[in-house]
Design a protein around this ligand. Structure first.
Ligand SMILES: Cc1cc2nc3c(=O)[nH]c(=O)nc-3n(C[C@H](O)[C@H](O)[C@H](O)COP(=O)(O)OP(=O)(O)OC[C@H]3O[C@@H](n4cnc5c(N)ncnc54)[C@H](O)[C@@H]3O)c2cc1C
Length: 668
């Protein structure tokens, strides 16, 4: 990207004085506008200083950046707390035109002392761009000292984040909740988690943890067990019957909000709406809450009795869940509007199994299932003792000799691992690509192999085959081979002509993806949808084109994951709150900065982190093998207090501050 100046990651690009068409590229990518409308001319943060263009005021920006550092200093280590305060005061003098040459020297010394002696990212990485500004903008500082100041006229939005936090769709303050575990403040840790998600139990057990892929500890030896520590905080409260925080705003406002779907997204939106004082009713078509986290994720990964307690907390805060209400049939937008509901959050997920598109699929053969329906039956079957009355009807499960599961994603993994637990000895994945391309979580693949699942790679189904009585006896499949590279350079699997053959099996499960069932939108044609039958919303506010209808989770993103569904809900509930209070619906400057920071990227996998390695990650204990493959008991047993505190100790608190310079009144 062409910029006027950049010191990002110690690569200096200095185009000052050069004609624009001779500018060199910098090693950083930034959005050209701050919010799609206003021009951003500079950025200062953990990697250095970037000047995109004139106008800017480096000294005033540095002064504001130091102020933000000071605000973010946790005050636990002296060099950062006091050092940044002294720097803030000196900068205030300089900006007021009362600085001296001595001040500049003192600032340089302070930067070095703070970054060398501080215990976390704010102090260690924070002073870096200030040092760069002294080094490469000396003239501007001297002009200030001589009283020739340029500003004001700039706006400096900023955000404190961390590589892990920036990767989390809920924006959770991960270093803080880890620190609280380290200090033994487990209730405080859970309270921190709950500011970003009420689903610590489910997320702590099944989140795909994008945060851990951004953990700087990975550059030292291995990433922190962020996800499992979240579970520890929740388990601690649950196991020790700790009093849960109440809702001081319970029903303090008259407005009623309706949430459609009691999955992770709907439950989370309800939670944030309740905390804002609204009356919230969730309408759920099933007799159980939790959405795919209940019906899809098996009991051995998220025990449903435990999840029930997670849901009960949301009810205890004032939420009501009306079960067995199929929205679009039993209730509609019009009927609920007539009952006084002023805003809607549609979180109906995607629970229709995609068809395989093979011959015979329309024949309703016995023994052929969609992955979602199969898992739901298994959950209903396995929880019948764990959660009394959770389900209206306990199914009688089929007892197949050989199961074929088509697909390689997480639904496929949950299907095969469940059938192993149900005692089937011959459980197979049929997948049209190689192991390398399996979209499932590698941990799940590893576990399934360990439990005895057989993989048939480079095999694509073409036809369902049944006997005379309409019972499925197998799947006709075609071998695949890697074809020539396409325009993008990727080689795609292509069928081998004449390689069709029968793969026998008395149960076939299609687990190749899900579609959303949004039939109820017929009533509101102004709500726009995509060709994949997902709902289109404003990306920032999650408001649809119909002002009182908001949407989030899988029904917006398409089938994705728990943490994104929760992240959508958090943001949507904020927007719904604004709408219900009659305010302008929009996001804050701090939230806007998340996008700016995401464009730059906070984590650098090649960074050499100056920290001695050798502090091993605490492994999560698991149940014994017999329980693992012979029952639906939870596999992961949770951390002991000692293990959790030790693991939390590995966190390096990699907080960073990013700040943009936006000229006042500027437009694109
Ligand atoms: C088998 C499987 C395994 C998965 N494993 C993981 C995992 O390990 N980690 C992870 O992060 N993600 C996983 N996911 C994905 C994750 O579960 C979803 O992304 C997440 O649950 C989406 O939440 P949601 O609230 O948007 O939708 P859902 O969870 O689908 O919830 C939607 C809710 O709306 C209800 N509903 C639908 N239509 C109506 C209607 N018309 N009226 C009333 N109610 C309605 C549904 O019954 C459901 O309760 C998995 C998904 C599946 C299917």
């Amino acid at each position: 990207m062409k910029v006027l100046f950049s010191s990002w990651q110690d690569v200096i690009v200095d185009n000052r004085g050069k004609p624009r068409d001779a500018w060199d590229d910098a090693k950083v990518k930034l959005p050209e506008t701050y919010d799609g409308a206003r021009k951003m001319t500079a950025f200062m943060g953990w990697g250095g200083v970037v000047i995109l263009d004139e106008p800017f005021d480096i000294v005033e920006m540095a002064a504001n950046y130091v102020k933000a550092l000071q605000k973010s200093s946790c005050a636990k280590c002296f060099p950062c707390r006091v050092g940044t305060k002294v720097m803030e005061d000196i900068f205030a003098r300089i900006v007021a035109g009362k600085g001296t040459a001595g001040d500049l020297a003192q600032l340089e010394g302070l930067c070095e002392t703070i970054s060398r002696n501080s215990k976390c990212g704010i102090g260690q990485l924070g002073p870096g761009p200030i040092v760069d500004s002294f080094k490469y903008f000396k003239k501007e500082y001297q002009e200030y000292v001589l009283g020739k100041k340029r500003g004001p006229g700039y706006f400096y939005p900023n955000k404190t984040t961390a590589p892990c936090t920036a990767a989390c769709p809920t924006g959770m303050d991960i270093p803080l909740y880890i620190e609280q575990i380290k200090e033994g403040d487990f209730a405080g840790s859970l309270a921190t988690i709950r500011t970003a998600s009420p689903m610590a139990c489910s997320l702590g057990r099944a989140c795909f943890h994008p945060c851990e892929n951004n953990c700087r500890r990975e550059n030292v030896e291995r990433s922190l067990a962020i996800c499992k520590l979240k579970r520890f905080a929740w388990d601690y409260e649950d196991l020790h019957a700790v009093d849960k925080p109440g809702n001081p705003n319970r029903h303090t406002r008259p407005e009623k909000a309706a949430v459609i779907g009691a999955g992770p997204s709907g439950l989370s939106a309800a939670y944030y709406l309740l905390l804002q004082g609204f009356h919230v009713t969730i309408f759920e078509k099933l007799p159980t809450p939790g959405g795919a986290a209940w019906t899809g994720i098996p009991h051995y990964r998220i025990p449903k009795d435990v999840m029930m307690r997670e849901v009960k907390y949301i009810e205890d805060l004032g939420g009501e869940i009306k079960y067995n209400v199929h929205f679009g049939k039993d209730e509609t937008f019009a009927s609920l509007r007539a009952k006084g509901f002023k805003a809607f959050f549609v979180a109906t997920g995607g629970d229709l199994s995609k068809a395989m598109g093979v011959e015979g699929e329309d024949k309703n053969y016995q023994g052929v299932y969609g992955g979602i329906a199969a898992l739901k039956e298994i959950v209903d079957f396995t929880i019948k003792d764990a959660v009394p009355n959770a389900s209206a009807k306990i199914p009688t499960l089929a007892k197949p000799k050989k199961v074929l599961v088509v697909g390689g994603g997480n639904t496929a993994m949950d299907c095969v691992r469940s059938w192993i637990r149900l005692g089937c000895k011959d459980v197979n994945i049929v997948y049209r690509r190689t192991k390398k391309e399996l979209p499932a979580d590698p941990h799940e693949v590893h576990e399934s192999e360990d439990e005895g699942v057989n993989y048939c790679f480079m095999l694509a189904p073409t036809k369902l085959v049944a006997d005379g009585s309409g019972k499925v006896v197998g799947l006709e499949c075609q071998k695949m081979e890697m074809g020539p590279p396409d325009e993008s350079g990727r080689r795609k699997p292509v069928p081998v002509p004449g390689s069709e053959h029968l793969v026998e099996g008395d149960m076939v499960i299609s687990a190749i993806g899900q579609d959303c069932d949004i039939f109820f939108l017929k009533e509101v044609p102004d709500v726009k949808t995509t060709k994949w039958k997902t709902i289109i919303t404003n990306e920032e506010t999650f408001q649809t084109a119909v002002p009182d209808i908001f949407a989030g989770g899988d029904v917006v993103s398409g089938p994705l994951n728990l943490v994104t569904a929760v992240g959508h809900a958090r943001r949507a509930a904020q927007s719904m709150g604004q709408f219900l209070r009659g305010e302008t619906v929009g996001i804050s400057d701090e939230q806007r900065m998340e996008k700016v920071i995401a464009t730059i990227g906070v984590y650098d996998k090649n960074e050499k982190v100056p920290m001695p390695g050798g502090w091993p990650r605490q492994e999560m204990p698991i149940c014994d093998r017999q329980d693992k493959i012979g029952s639906f008991k939870e596999v992961e047993l949770g951390y002991s207090l000692e293990a959790a505190v030790d693991e939390a100790g590995r966190c390096m608190r990699c907080y960073v501050v990013g700040m943009a310079c936006v000229p006042e009144g500027a437009s694109k």
